[in-house]
Ligand binder design. Structure first.
Ligand SMILES: Nc1ncnc2c1ncn2[C@@H]1O[C@H](COP(=O)(O)OP(=O)(O)OP(=O)(O)O)[C@@H](O)[C@H]1O
Length: 291
C-alpha cells in the first residue's frame, strides 16, 4: 500500500538557503493494509518530516514514496485515501467556526450531491464509530470540546472518506492517560477494518501497545526495524536498547549515553545499509557516521 524507498529529505537553511540539513536519510519501509507501523525516535529524528512527505506537504529530495504503486501527488483524490492527524487537535479547527464544519467541508469537496439528510446520517454513524455521542459534540465550538473529543472528531472526519491510510503524528501526546488509551483502542479497532496506520511517536510504550511493526529512527536514518515483538523483545542496535532502557535523567542526553562500541555488525563490514539479523528484523551498523 504505502512504500518509502530510499527517501531523503534535505532542508535549505541559512540566511540565503546556502546550507542544507539532512532531516531524513535513505529511509525505506512499508505499511500494508490492516497494519499499524510505529515510527519512533527522539525529538528531531525526522519522524514528522516523514509524515509530511507521505501527506504530500513536503517534497522528497530523493527517493520515492508510492501509495498503491503511484507516487505521492497530494490533491483531492489522494486525500480521499490518506489523511493525517496531528498532535494539537485545536490547530486543525478554526476557532470561529463550529467544530462540525469539518464535516461540511468534506461534503462540499467530495460528496456535493449527497442529500443533506443522508449526509447527517453518515456523520452521525461516523461519530458513533469513534465512540462520540453526536448530541454531545455537534453544534459546539472547538473550545467547548476536549482534546480527546476533537481528535476523535478528526478521525470521524477521515472515516467519512474512503480512507486507507492514517498518518497519526503524536496524536495522543496532548491527551490525558485515560483518553489516550481510548484513542489508541480506537486506532487498534480501525486496523481490524483494513485501515493502515503510521503511528508517529516518541513514546515507546504506546508504539509497543499498538503496532505490528516498529521503525526506529535516529538522526534521520533507520537504525532498526522489524516486528514490534522482535524490536522490543530483542533490540539489537545500541540506540534502540538505550531508548528502551531510558529512564529520563535530567543531566544526561540519549546521544551522550549511546554506547557505539557494542555494534554487532561493524566488525563484519557493515556498510550503512540495514542488515537482516533474522527474518524481518533489520538493524544498522552502529559505528558508521550516519548512525
Ligand atoms: N522546514 C524546515 N526547515 C529546516 N529544517 C527543518 C524543517 N523542518 C524540520 N527541520 C529539521 O529537520 C529535523 C527533523 O525534524 P522533525 O520535525 O521531522 O523531527 P521529529 O522527529 O518529528 O521531532 P519532534 O518529535 O520534536 O516533532 C530537525 O533537525 C528539524 O530542525
Amino acid at each position: 500500500m504505502l512504500k518509502l524507498d530510499e527517501v531523503t529529505k534535505e532542508f535549505r537553511i541559512g540566511a540565503f538557503g546556502g546550507r542544507s540539513v539532512a532531516a531524513v536519510r535513505n529511509v525505506s519501509f512499508e505499511v500494508v493494509p490492516g497494519e499499524v507501523v510505529s515510527l519512533i525516535g527522539e525529538s528531531g529524528s525526522g519522524k514528522s518530516t516523514i509524515g509530511r512527505m507521505i501527506l504530500g506537504l513536503n517534497p522528497v529530495t530523493s527517493g520515492t514514496i508510492t501509495f498503491d504503486g503511484r507516487p505521492v501527488r497530494g490533491g483531492k483524490q489522494y486525500y480521499r485515501h490518506i489523511q493525517g492527524i496531528f498532535q494539537d487537535p485545536f490547530s486543525s479547527f478554526n476557532p470561529v467556526f463550529k467544530a462540525d464544519r469539518v464535516f461540511d467541508l468534506i461534503k462540499e469537496s467530495y460528496y456535493p450531491s449527497v442529500p443533506a439528510a443522508e449526509w447527517a446520517g453518515r456523520v452521525a454513524a461516523s461519530l458513533r464509530d469513534v465512540r462520540l455521542n453526536p448530541d454531545q459534540v455537534l453544534g459546539k465550538y472547538p473550545h467547548q470540546l476536549s482534546g480527546g473529543q476533537l481528535q476523535r472528531l478528526l478521525i470521524a472526519r477521515a472515516l467519512l472518506l474512503d480512507i486507507k491510510l492514517l498518518v497519526a503524528d503524536e496524536i495522543t501526546s496532548m491527551l490525558d492517560a485515560s483518553t489516550r488509551i481510548d484513542v489508541l483502542n480506537l486506532l487498534a479497532e480501525l486496523k481490524t477494518r483494513g485501515l493502515g496506520v503510521l503511528y508517529i511517536t516518541h513514546d515507546l510504550s504506546l508504539g509497543n501497545y499498538l503496532a505490528e511493526r516498529t521503525v526506529v529512527l535516529r538522526r534521520g536514518s533507520v537504525v532498526e526495524m522489524g516486528l514490534t515483538d522482535k524490536v522490543f523483545g530483542d533490540p539489537l542496535h545500541p540506540y534502540t536498547r538505550e531508548l528502551l532502557s531510558a529512564v529520563p535523567r535530567l543531566n544526561r542526553a540519549w546521544d551522550d549515553a549511546t554506547p557505539v562500541e557494542t555494534c554487532l555488525y561493524h566488525e563484519r563490514g557493515g556498510t550503512g545499509a540495514l542488515l537482516e539479523a533474522e527474518p524481518g528484523h533489520l538493524v544498522a551498523c552502529a559505528r558508521l557516521p550516519a548512525c
